[in-house]
Design a protein around this ligand. Structure first.
Ligand SMILES: NC(=O)c1ccc[n+]([C@@H]2O[C@H](COP(=O)([O-])OP(=O)(O)OC[C@H]3O[C@@H](n4cnc5c(N)ncnc54)[C@H](OP(=O)(O)O)[C@@H]3O)[C@@H](O)[C@H]2O)c1
Ligand SMILES: *[C@@H]1O[C@H](CO)[C@@H](O)[C@H](O)[C@H]1NC(C)=O
Length: 327
């Protein structure tokens, strides 16, 4: 009996120690800025980090538009976001990032029916499953991109460019790109060739790590091009967060829960980085930066840091989505 107590106590202390190492240093967005009169889009706002971000921004008084691919999930989310934020100014608009046509339809409808755009949170994302390496042959989007990069990068790239004039008109305004520290896996020059022999478009951009590196690089080049316009852009790693993205990839058993609580952040905590980059007034001079734990962080990949590489990604992406590159 005595021994059992000692062992349980020691285990509890060890658990508490590791829990503190993961959760104890987490920063929360400290800004209490109001967003009354502002309009926000959150892609993938029906779930996980995106939903918690939407709730926070709605609570601040913003009109919040969830951009989602699944109407039923979106309707449910609108109800939950409204209820938890006590806001009636929450709605959804259909967006499937797998299809450039859907992105264009979203933008056209939005620009016609909405007056403002103050904050664009490009949050939606998929991993393509574990391991993150290429499936052979890779799954493709409607437009022939590898599925994960097509969704996470090309879809958001087109969306942002189509909404840019409206953001400029409403400046000071912001773009937040939800990336991941997974970008660090990209350490060698990206191959930008437009087609593989079997017709896959941009075969060099082909998995989660590339998509998240592209998010950071796009943000850097976007910030550079937007200098002086009052529109700023930030990329964010939310931390490792207990969302569908994790559940999707791992069978969930009850006995795993203590490990999950130990290693993963809650959705609300995981949303803090996106919220910080969307509203905090102290970061306007840091446009183009990459954030972790609500702080700017130096990039740990010479490829992602390379301005020429970011510019190249921009040019290639313009061609890929069929948009005139006006620099
Ligand atoms: N969770 C983590 O540990 C972690 C770590 C690093 C980075 N991130 C990033 O955080 C972001 C949010 O992910 P999460 O963890 O909150 O996962 P999540 O709960 O699975 O949310 C992802 C959202 O993206 C949406 N989405 C997926 N494909 C889409 C498409 N083709 N068109 C429109 N929406 C689409 C999903 O819609 P459905 O509900 O219809 O599927 C969902 O709303 C992602 O960009 C992810 O890469 C997460
Ligand atoms: C919703 O938000 C928009 C933009 O912030 C604002 O103009 C409008 O008055 C709000 N509507 C309601 C019902 O609060």
């Amino acid at each position: 009996m005595g021994y059992t107590m000692v062992i349980l106590f020691v285990l509890a202390m060890v658990y508490a120690y590791f829990w503190y190492r993961v959760h104890g240093y987490r920063r929360y967005c400290t800004s209490n800025v109001s967003l009354r009169g502002k309009t926000v889009i959150v892609t993938g706002g029906n779930s996980g980090i995106g939903k918690e971000t939407a709730i926070d921004l709605a609570r601040r008084g913003a009109r919040v538009i969830l951009a989602c691919r699944n109407p039923n999930l979106a309707e449910e989310a609108v109800k939950e976001v409204s209820k938890r934020s006590k806001s009636t100014n929450v709605t959804y608009r259909h967006l499937d990032l797998n299809s450039l046509e859907s992105v264009r339809n979203f933008a056209t409808g939005f620009l016609e029916e909405e007056e403002r755009l103050d904050i664009l949170v490009n949050n939606a994302g998929i991993t393509g499953g574990y391991p993150y390496y290429n499936m052979v042959p890779p799954k493709r989007t409607v437009d022939g991109f590898e599925y994960v990069c097509g969704t996470n990068h090309f879809g958001h790239f087109l969306l942002t460019l189509l909404l840019l004039e409206r953001l400029k008109k409403c400046s000071p305004s912001r773009v937040v790109m939800v990336s991941s520290n997974y970008y660090e896996h990209i350490q060698t020059a990206i191959d930008f060739k437009p087609k593989s022999p079997d017709g896959l478009r941009y075969p060099g951009l082909n998995d989660y790590a590339y998509s998240k590196a592209a998010n950071v690089m796009f943000t850097r080049e976007l910030a550079r091009r937007l200098k002086g316009t009052g529109v700023t852009a930030y990329s964010v790693h939310p931390g490792n967060v207990n969302t569908n993205i994790i559940v999707e990839n791992n069978p969930r058993h009850v006995w795993i829960s203590p490990i999950i609580w130990l290693l993963l952040l809650s959705e609300r905590t995981g949303a803090q980085g996106s919220i910080h980059c969307a509203v905090d007034e102290s970061i306007t001079d840091l446009s183009g930066s990459y954030f972790e734990n609500c702080q700017p962080r130096p990039l740990r990949s010479s490829v992602v840091k390379d301005d020429a590489m970011c510019k190249k990604l921009w040019e290639v992406s313009c061609q890929a989505v069929g948009i005139e590159d006006a620099d």
